[in-house]
Design a protein around this ligand. Structure first.
Ligand SMILES: NC(=O)c1ccc[n+]([C@@H]2O[C@H](COP(=O)([O-])OP(=O)(O)OC[C@H]3O[C@@H](n4cnc5c(N)ncnc54)[C@H](O)[C@@H]3O)[C@@H](O)[C@H]2O)c1
Length: 352
């Protein structure tokens, strides 16, 4: 059965914000999803401090005055300790990670170190300081090839690459820390993040870029010669892979709600963040052509190993526990949002 996408009528959620006056530490806050969440929290009056080593982040993505950007590693215990001493954080939102699936296969230790070992150092400092609320960027990659679609949280978690394993291990560690010392965590399993801020000021800016929507748009701007499409013979209506594209501002809102959930004393949570609707590669290409009025140069090739035909979330649990429902649903709106950034601020930042 397809999940109902409307908010529960009697949910009674008041969406309180900032249950603590203590600042929040945001690791990876200069990255794509982190920077949008920083803006969202700041707009609600939350005080945040960003820790990012700028391996992939951009200082320009921190646009609000008064947000402190500390350049350093999540796993640098002394640095993190000094930040806790100074700010006495009420919670941590942990975005910092490497997220290139292919690279995780060829260089797994890089991923297990950065994505699994470094958070342990961070958690040790949190334990030292009695900080017991942790929002974690997990991923639909922890499900591997799902047993059923849409994917709900009861689906077995069997990652098919080291990236997915590196995230699943943190989920396990968080569960054990909850049991041992009362750390409450929200593991948010995102599907495919997309789009940019409503004002187009910040957006997706990965280098290298591997995500479909920006690559389609890069093929239009000429930043790449051609868009490779891997596989046209999947068991889907048009033969191309189907994914669940969740808008980055919807993700930001979900983080604020998850933070409130934990800070109001509720129990640990693991939930999907997706729209519940699938969009195929060909549908994205056609939306990009409509939005830009230009043709996408495409080369159709064979399937790529490890790409499941369809990954679509059942987001019911996030609705029922957080009162969260994705607001951006229309494919033209989602691709149009990504284009607003690509053709606006990003273009100005990287002149030809
Ligand atoms: N983008 C997606 O579609 C998606 C989907 C599922 C999960 N995720 C997860 O969400 C998180 C954010 O993703 P994103 O797309 O914004 O990635 P991103 O690369 O834009 O942001 C990650 C940020 O973390 C920083 N970082 C990495 N390792 C660090 C370390 N050890 N110490 C300090 N900073 C470090 C990087 O410099 C970067 O700014 C990641 O954990 C990713 O695995 C992303």
């Amino acid at each position: 059965m397809k999940p109902s996408l409307a908010p529960a009528a009697d949910s009674g959620f008041s969406h309180p914000t900032q249950m603590t006056n203590q600042p929040i530490l945001i690791t990876g806050g200069a990255g794509y999803i982190g920077s949008h969440t920083v803006r969202h929290l700041v707009s609600q009056g939350t005080k945040v401090v960003v820790l990012d080593n700028l391996a992939y982040g951009h200082p320009e993505a921190i646009v609000d005055d008064g947000v402190e950007l500390v350049i350093g590693d999540t796993g640098d215990r002394d640095l993190v300790r000094s930040l806790f001493e100074k700010h006495r954080f009420g919670a941590v939102i942990h975005f910092a990670a490497f997220a290139y699936v292919g690279e995780s296969v060829t260089d797994p230790l890089k991923y297990y170190w950065n994505n699994t070992a470094e958070p342990i150092a961070l958690l040790q400092v949190m334990q030292e300081f009695g900080c017991k609320a942790f929002v974690f960027s997990s991923t639909c990659a922890t499900y591997g090839t799902p047993a059923k679609i849409p994917i709900d949280e009861s689906n077995p978690q069997n990652p098919i690459n080291p990236y997915g394993h590196s995230k699943l291990m943190v989920e396990r560690i968080l569960k054990d820390c909850d049991h041992a010392w009362g750390l409450r965590s929200a593991c948010l399993r995102y599907f495919n993040a997309s789009g940019c801020s409503a004002d187009g000021l910040i957006g997706e800016d990965h280098d290298p870029e591997t995500h479909l929507i920006p690559r389609v748009l890069m093929a239009i701007t000429g930043e790449i010669d051609v868009l490779e499409v891997y596989g046209t013979d999947y068991p889907t209506p048009d033969g191309t892979c189907i994914r669940d594209y969740i808008h980055v501002e919807d993700l930001a809102e979900a983080h604020a709600l998850a933070l409130d959930h934990l800070l109001s004393g509720k129990e640990s949570l693991r939930c999907n963040l997706g729209t519940g609707q699938g969009i195929s590669v060909k549908e994205i290409i056609s939306a990009a052509e409509k939005v830009t009025g230009k043709t996408v140069p495409v080369r159709y090739g064979p399937r790529r190993e490890g790409d499941p035909p369809e990954l679509v979330a059942d987001p019911t649990l996030a609705r029922d526990t957080l009162g969260w429902v994705a607001k951006h649903r229309d494919v033209l709106q989602i691709v149009g949002s990504a284009w607003a950034w690509m053709d606006g601020t990003r273009k100005g930042r990287y002149p030809e």
